[in-house]
Design a protein around this ligand. Structure first.
Ligand code: ATP
Ligand SMILES: Nc1ccn([C@@H]2O[C@H](COP(=O)(O)O)[C@@H](O)[C@H]2O)c(=O)n1
Length: 231
C-alpha cells in the first residue's frame, strides 16, 4: 500500500489546473499528474489512426493498443504514445475539439482511471498533485487535500485569450465554453462535492493561487490522520 500524499485538483477548462498544480508540485517537491493528457493522447491516437472518436465500439476496441506514458516530474513533463512524443500535439485546438467525445465513453474512463491509480501508487516522491475533472470525486475521493479550482468564465477566457491574438482568442473562448458544456454532462467539476475546498482564482494572481494550494497542503500535512481505535 502506497503512502503517497495525494492532492486532488479539479476544475473547468482554463481554470489554471495544470499550470497551478505543476507549480505547486514543484514548490512541494511532489510529483505532478495531468490526467487530461491521457484523454487528449487517446483522442490524438484515434485521430492519427483515422478512427472516428464518435464511434464508441471502435474507441473501445482501440484501448488495448493505446500505449501511453506520461512524465510525473513537474520539471520534466512529457507525453508519449508509443514512441511518438505528443506533448505539444495534444494541446492543438483540433485535439481539444475531439477530446470530449472520447472522454464520455465509460470504458475509456475505467481504462484511464486504472492507469492513474497505478501511476499514483508507484510515485516515488512523498506526494503527488493530480489534476483533472473527477479526481476529487472518482479517482482519489479519499485524498487528504481536495480542491476545486475555478474562476469566472470571463476571466478564464481572458487568460486563455492572453496567450493568443485576434480571432484566435475569440475562437478559443468559444471552444473553452463548448468543451465545459460537453464535459459537464459526464463529470461534475463546476460545483465542489462535499468536503472539497473551492479555490476561486477570479481575483487572485498566479503566485497567490499557487500559494493558496501549497498552504492547504501544508495544513493537510500538519493534520494527523484520525487515530484508529479498536473496540
Ligand atoms: N490565478 C491566475 N492568474 C492569472 N493567470 C492564471 C492564473 N491561473 C492560471 N492562469 C493562466 O491561465 C491560463 C490557463 O491555465 P491552465 O492551462 O493551467 O488551465 P487548465 O485548467 O489546465 O486548462 P485546460 O483544462 O484547458 O487544460 C494559463 O495561461 C495560466 O498561466
Ligand atoms: N479527469 C479528467 C480529465 C480530463 N478529462 C477530459 O479530458 C479533456 C482534456 O482535459 P484538460 O484538463 O487537458 O483540459 C477534458 O476536456 C475532458 O474531456 C476528463 O474527462 N476527466
Amino acid at each position: 500500500m502506497s503512502n503517497v500524499f495525494v492532492v486532488a485538483v479539479d476544475g473547468p477548462a482554463g481554470s489554471g489546473k495544470s499550470s497551478v498544480s505543476k507549480a505547486a508540485a514543484k514548490q512541494l517537491g511532489f510529483a505532478y499528474l495531468d490526467t487530461g493528457a491521457a484523454y487528449r493522447a487517446l483522442a490524438w491516437y484515434l485521430d492519427d489512426a483515422g478512427i472516428d472518436g464518435g464511434n464508441t465500439a471502435l474507441v473501445i476496441a482501440s484501448l488495448p493498443g493505446f500505449d501511453y506514458r506520461i512524465g510525473t516530474d513537474p520539471d520534466e513533463y512529457f507525453v508519449l504514445v508509443g514512441s511518438t512524443e505528443v506533448t505539444d500535439a495534444i494541446r492543438e485546438p483540433r485535439i481539444s475539439a475531439l477530446v470530449s467525445q472520447v472522454a464520455r465513453v465509460p470504458e475509456v474512463r475505467t481504462f484511464v482511471n486504472n492507469l492513474f491509480r497505478t501511476i499514483i501508487a508507484s510515485t516515488e516522491k512523498p506526494g503527488i498533485v493530480v489534476e483533472g475533472r473527477d479526481i476529487t470525486t472518482v479517482v482519489a475521493p479519499d485524498a487528504p487535500v481536495r480542491i476545486l479550482l475555478t474562476a469566472s468564465e470571463e476571466v478564464r477566457a481572458a487568460r486563455r485569450g492572453a496567450e493568443l491574438t485576434g480571432d484566435a482568442a475569440k475562437t478559443a473562448a468559444e471552444a473553452l465554453a463548448k468543451r465545459d458544456r460537453a464535459d459537464s454532462a459526464v463529470t461534475e467539476f463546476m460545483t465542489a462535492a462535499e468536503g472539497v475546498y473551492t479555490l476561486d482564482s477570479t481575483h487572485l494572481d498566479f503566485p497567490a493561487t499557487i500559494a493558496a494550494v501549497v498552504e492547504r497542503v501544508h495544513n493537510g500535512l500538519a493534520t494527523p490522520e484520525p487515530a484508529h481505535t479498536t473496540e
